[in-house]
Design a protein around this ligand. Structure first.
Ligand SMILES: Nc1ncnc2c1ncn2[C@@H]1O[C@H](COP(=O)(O)OP(=O)(O)OP(=O)(O)O)[C@@H](O)[C@H]1O
Ligand SMILES: [Mg+2]
Length: 276
């Protein structure tokens, strides 16, 4: 009885569901010698558009891999929606299906069509038999077509993935992730190396989906300008450490991590680190 009263209290449920990702003093390594990430602390509110930026090799992809349970920390704690991202954790395994992950190499299956690649996002919803024969119900096929329309790929449903342009491949990867009906979208450089117009098109698409689905998007970027334009918060990673967490407030850039740096100091610091 007591529990029912607590969950019915709106202010309680608001507090208990606000943080979707929490990392506390997280260290991780690929081998026993070097740490790829050192002492990462971060806290992301549900519905946020969060960006991660930093030099090549600084640990951005590693950070995303920790958020979807592909890697586990050597030290520290991670909670994704109050659950440890660990493949051995049953609760997380169930939740994993609602984490849309777009890896840096996109992970498309080259020899199957755009529609088939998109439908892969619905695999966890199929019964064992349907999944064995890759027999997707009609309503899932219609949903995939609807999402492909959303990402501007109507007419290309039956084209093999290897025949697509770079921008089109990225759109398919986004479509497959949206097909998962995700609560969290992890996207690793999905707009890098694209022309400015296509990059903005894709970012607008994600921002749009975010509003409609109350999605939390965590995106790795190369371009600081683009990151600041779309993200509520931008984490700057250097050599495995989070050195800044910035966001735009009115006309200024604020560092929420140290709280006492000016816009000029922040940009100077980012420049210094990007020249290393
Ligand atoms: N599978 C792996 N085995 C060993 N070391 C790895 C592996 N993957 C990444 N690393 C190392 O971990 C560090 C962080 O790599 P990560 O891929 O996270 O960097 P990144 O910031 O995503 O770089 P980029 O911008 O080039 O994609 C690097 O020093 C890299 O060499
Ligand atoms: Mg990377």
């Amino acid at each position: 009885m007591k529990q029912i009263q607590m969950t019915q209290n709106p202010s309680f449920s608001l507090i208990s569901t606000k943080k979707i990702i929490q990392m506390s003093n997280v260290w991780t390594s690929y081998d026993s010698k070097n740490f790829a990430l050192e002492g990462i602390n971060l806290s992301i509110d549900r519905g946020t558009n969060y960006a991660i930026i930093g030099q090549s090799g600084s640990g951005k992809s590693t950070l995303l891999k920790l958020m979807n349970g592909m890697m586990i920390p050597s030290k520290g704690t991670i909670k994704i929606d109050y659950t440890s991202p660990d493949m051995n954790n049953k609760k997380f395994k169930k939740m994993m299906h609602t984490i849309g992950y777009i890896p840096q190499n996109l992970g498309l299956v080259k020899n199957i069509t755009v529609l088939e690649n998109t439908l892969l996002g619905a695999l966890p919803r199929l019964t064992k038999i349907q999944s064995l024969f890759k027999k997707f119900p009609e309503h899932e096929i219609q949903e995939a077509k609807r999402i492909l329309k959303l990402v501007g790929l109507t007419g290309k449903e039956n084209r093999k993935a290897y025949l697509l342009s770079g921008g089109e491949k990225r759109r398919v990867a986004i479509a497959r992730a949206l097909m998962q009906k995700p609560t969290i979208l992890l996207a690793d450089e999905v707009v890098s190396e694209l022309d400015n117009v296509t990059a903005h098109d894709i970012m607008n698409l994600i921002a749009d989906a975010q509003k409609r689905m109350n999605l939390t998007a965590i995106m790795v970027h190369h371009d600081m300008q683009l990151a600041l334009e779309y993200a509520n918060r931008v984490a700057v990673i250097t050599k495995g450490q989070k050195i800044l967490e910035i966001g735009v407030e009115g006309e200024t850039i604020v560092d929420f991590q140290t709280g006492d740096m000016s816009t000029e100091e922040i940009m100077e610091m980012y420049d210094v680190n990007s020249k290393q």
